[in-house]
Design a binder for this molecule. Sequence first.
Ligand SMILES: C[S@@+](CC[C@H](N)C(=O)[O-])C[C@H]1O[C@@H](n2cnc3c(N)ncnc32)[C@H](O)[C@@H]1O
Length: 174
Amino acid sequence: MITFGWFGPLMWAAVVVAVIAFASIVGPILFGAPWVPMPFHTARRMLQLADVRPGETVCDLGSGDGRVLIVAAREFGANGVGVEIEPLRAFISRLTLFVLGLRRRTRVIRANFLEVDLGDADVITLYLLPKAIRRLAPKLRAELKPGARVVTLTYHLPDWPPAVERDNIRVYRI
Ligand SMILES: C[S@@+](CC[C@H](N)C(=O)[O-])C[C@H]1O[C@@H](n2cnc3c(N)ncnc32)[C@H](O)[C@@H]1O
């Protein structure tokens, strides 16, 4: 006789995987943007246009796999802070930064960026949907220090004149 004793646990495992995948894809879309990593050369261009200096703090809101932090720390000598809402991506990016030996220069906060204080940031990078950018705009104006820069890719800050605009990237100065 054929038994299906394994079927129950297997089905539950499939359900758990499906729920995690759903939460990991749909959750970030509801909160700000899906995970669409920008190319490394675009991250480099954004940081160049923002004129990032060694020792400055670059904060990537919605940091995905941490690539903006990697470029900021390795190529610009900056300190990188990522804020990522999706736990698995936050974990993987921490692991990547550790393996690359960038742990002392970078960190990833697992949180909603609307709930993180931005007062220490010199440069904020944003690659998010328009709705999330609109939500962030008043927070950026309220919390960023004079001299800080906000760099956006593709979707930009409404009603805020950019200091630099090139290659679908805009830089705003506080
Ligand atoms: C378009 S991806 C950009 C990833 C990374 N900045 C890059 O350019 O490669 C947007 C990221 O923002 C994250 N995200 C969306 N809403 C968020 C929120 N409210 N707080 C923190 N992270 C969020 C998503 O999980 C996703 O990883």
